[in-house]
Design a protein around this ligand. Structure first.
Ligand code: SF4
Length: 711
């Protein structure tokens, strides 16, 4: 259902591509094709874009695609109608007398440069901040952080991994040493046991979901841990359904059984791990019966899942935002990683195991890799580390500020307080996707200069002082990094409309308007410079990617292969050992009560992507026409709600209006909705609670109440 592959295999030709590409299939030779990488989710499917007359006729999954191997989903394949949408921004807009009015680039850039200079004059460099984009290329992200650090003189740059996988970067770095998954997904496919946690890859990462399902059908045991019975849970040997917010208790419970029943790897723990004694002491508090009380998962299911994982020869862990988007998301990542360390199932070439985060947006891994983070330089050199700073300073020829900058939520706080005076938002619709969206809008309204790079007049752009029209992923050149650390090329398939420009071009133009030259005249030269700042990328170049297709980082030299599997000799932690974490379960930020008796979980649906700005403008709207809220029939009966009727959802933070969909996928007392249609106002409901380590919002646990009809 979620792949659209029937257009490639329909034996009668009755099912074809919509639009001008009707009848085109993967099997036919295509005269005008551009190979690029999908700009939707983090899987990184290689796509062949069929172009005629500067129009996309069809998008075909590449048969030799390194990750997708001839597959794609309905987003990558079909959702390109937005390119020619009449709503596409074609000219810069500048606010005049309260209204956004079209202007030329010169005037728009002058307004941006004046505003940035004015902010620095009033409050110093730290009065300026930028939110870079997980949708932009690596080279664009590199340029943005270089602009903030070398032209403005601040580390106030962040990207939307703050809202999704920042706990992965923190947790995996603490456990293993590097801020990415431990293994190639190809190796994970050799696993004989798959533990899929807090993820619904069948909808959110469909090509990965399909490959995991194939592996299960080939005989791998499958454990799914997710509150909802969706996707792979239907095929699971054991489906664990923890109450939202109780992951750490569940992972500690599984670890308890591994230790209690001798399903650990003593040699690995002795030679390659640290922290066992503290962990064993903590795990005494998490026998299956207590784990069941804390999580709602039956004790026998905890034991059964631990035995499947513990007895497998090559157990692999894959996880998603259901692990990270919590008050204790980093603890969730670390206690999940404990399982792999206890089993010795990490750090061994090509065995088919490890711990792999399923990253959300197309280049959320790359945006962080490129240093669009307030505390990290490209390649994860800490800004507080004099050696890392000196390496960047030598390349950039500028002294860098040593104090870490603001994270995204801190930027909004600073704007509301009046200390942040200019905010540049690149390709993120923060008013639709960030939690407690009314407060986000208040922050933008309080900030004297808000600049937004966007395809459309988004919810966020409506609050801007300057809106700059940009090229989309099908209209630009560069690279993305996918969820298993593979660099792949992004190539221009069609030209952007009218005056729209790439984020790469715009960043250079803003710097020039401020009298600065960022160097890096082309994307290829930009990646080359990045390799001089960050040795882990030094062996990767556009030319090499054009030749080889995909290269994983770390890759320190052009004659070395990328390290698809990490830690085969030693972990990258200070003592070279994997670090076990003795983190106790702590409750989530919100729990249901009499006033707000239901628990809301938010996530994605199969046909749409993030705020839906691209997928809502085209044929995918026919696949899913709006947001709805799933609730159990028992709750629906109790509340007097019928399937398909309008409901009002209220939390302590705001109100949303949605259409009810009755579903036994959820447990009674829990409701689920996506956030693909900003007019629903779903993120007015979500709270400011955030991961205690990284500030990643707790999207997965919000106490709400629901009433029939529109209030
Ligand atoms: Fe592949 Fe993800 Fe794009 Fe779908 S959205 S085609 S799974 S990269």
């Amino acid at each position: 259902m979620a792949c659209g592959g029937c257009v490639d295999t329909c034996p009668t030709g009755a099912i074809t591509h919509p639009g001008p590409g009707r009848g085109i299939t993967t099997a036919q030779p295509q005269p005008e094709q551009v190979r690029t990488t999908c700009g939707y989710c983090g899987v990184g499917c290689a796509l062949d874009v069929v172009v005629s007359g500067n129009q996309v006729s069809a998008v075909l999954p590449a048969l030799d695609g390194p990750v997708n191997q001839g597959h794609a989903c309905v987003k990558g394949r079909f959702s390109h109608g937005y390119l020619t949408s009449a709503e596409r921004l074609a000219h810069p807009l500048v606010r005049k007398n309260g209204n956004l009015e079209p202007v030329g680039w010169e005037e728009a850039l002058a307004r941006v440069a004046d505003g940035l200079r004015g902010a620095v004059a009033m409050g110093g460099p730290d009065a300026v901040a930028a939110i870079s984009s997980a949708r932009a290329t690596n080279e664009e992200n590199y340029l943005v952080q270089k602009f903030l650090r070398t032209v403005v003189g601040t580390n106030n740059v962040d990207n939307c991994s703050r809202l999704c996988h920042a706990p992965s970067a923190a947790g995996l770095s603490a456990a293993f040493g590097r801020a990415g998954g431990t293994d190639s997904f190809d190796d994970v496919e050799k696993a004989d046991c798959l533990l899929v946690v807090g993820a619904n890859p069948v909808e959110a990462h469909p090509v990965v979901g399909a490959r995991l399902l194939q592996q299960a059908l080939r005989g791998a045991s499958l454990i799914v841990a997710d509150p909802r019975k969706v996707g792979l849970a239907h095929q699971a040997d054991v489906h664990l359904r923890p109450r939202p917010g109780t992951n750490v208790a569940l992972f500690n419970g599984l670890a308890h059984v591994l230790v209690a029943e001798g399903m650990t790897d003593p040699d690995f723990l002795r030679d390659r791990a640290a922290g066992l004694d503290e962990l064993v002491e903590l795990l005494a508090q998490y026998p299956p019966a207590r784990t069941a009380e804390l999580t709602g998962v039956p004790a026998e299911d905890v034991t059964a899942a631990a035995r499947l994982y513990g007895r497998a020869r090559r157990p692999a862990i894959l996880y998603g935002l259901g692990v990270t988007e919590h008050l204790h998301g980093t603890d969730g990542v670390r206690t999940l990683a404990n399982l792999a360390i206890l089993r010795g199932a990490v750090g061994d070439t090509g065995r088919g195991h490890g711990v792999t985060p399923l990253r959300g947006q197309n280049n959320v891994q790359g945006a962080s890799d490129m240093g669009a983070l307030p505390d990290m330089l490209p390649g994860y050199g800490r800004i507080t580390d004099p050696d890392a700073r000196a390496r960047a300073e030598a390349v950039w020829g500028r002294t860098l500020p040593a104090r870490p900058g603001l994270r995204i939520p801190e930027m909004f706080d600073a704007a509301r307080r009046g200390s942040l005076r200019a905010l540049w938002i690149i390709g993120e619709d923060v008013c639709a996707t960030d939690p407690n969206s009314h407060q986000v809008a208040d922050a933008l309204d309080a900030c004297p200069l808000v600049v937004v790079n966007e395809l459309f007049l988004s919810e966020t752009a409506r609050h801007a002082d300057v809106v700059l029209p940009v090229a989309s992923w099908l209209e630009k050149d560069g690279t993305f990094v996918n969820f298993d650390r593979r660099f792949q090329r992004v190539r221009t398939a069609v030209r952007p409309p009218a005056a729209a420009r790439t984020d790469f071009h715009i960043t250079h133009a803003v710097a020039a308007a401020m009298g600065a030259d960022l160097g890096c005249p082309t994307p290829a030269e930009t990646l080359a410079e990045c390799g001089r700042v960050a040795p882990v990328f030094a062996g990767i170049s556009h030319e090499r990617l054009d030749r080889e297709g995909a290269v994983a980082w770390p890759c320190p030299a052009p004659d070395l292969p990328g390290e698809a599997t990490l830690y085969t000799d030693a972990f990258s932690t200070p003592d070279g050992r994997a670090q076990l974490s003795a983190a106790p379960y702590l409750p989530p930020g919100e729990t249901p009560d009499a006033a707000y008796p239901l628990l809301l979980v938010t996530g994605r649906r199969w046909a749409h992507y993030n705020s839906g700005s691209m997928t809502r403008r085209g044929g995918n709207l026919h696949l899913e026409a709006g947001d709805h809220i799933d609730l159990h029939p028992l709750d629906a009966t109790r509340l007097g709600v019928d399937d398909g009727t309008e409901v009002t959802v209220e939390s302590r933070h705001g109100t949303a209006r949605l259409v009810a969909r009755l579903s036994e996928e959820l447990s009674p007392g829990q409701v689920f909705c996506a956030f693909h249609f900003p007019e629903s106002g779903v993120n007015a409901l979500t709270s400011d609670h955030a991961d205690t380590v990284t500030d990643c919002p707790e999207y997965k646990v919000t106490a709400v109440r629901l009433t029939p009809g529109a209030v």
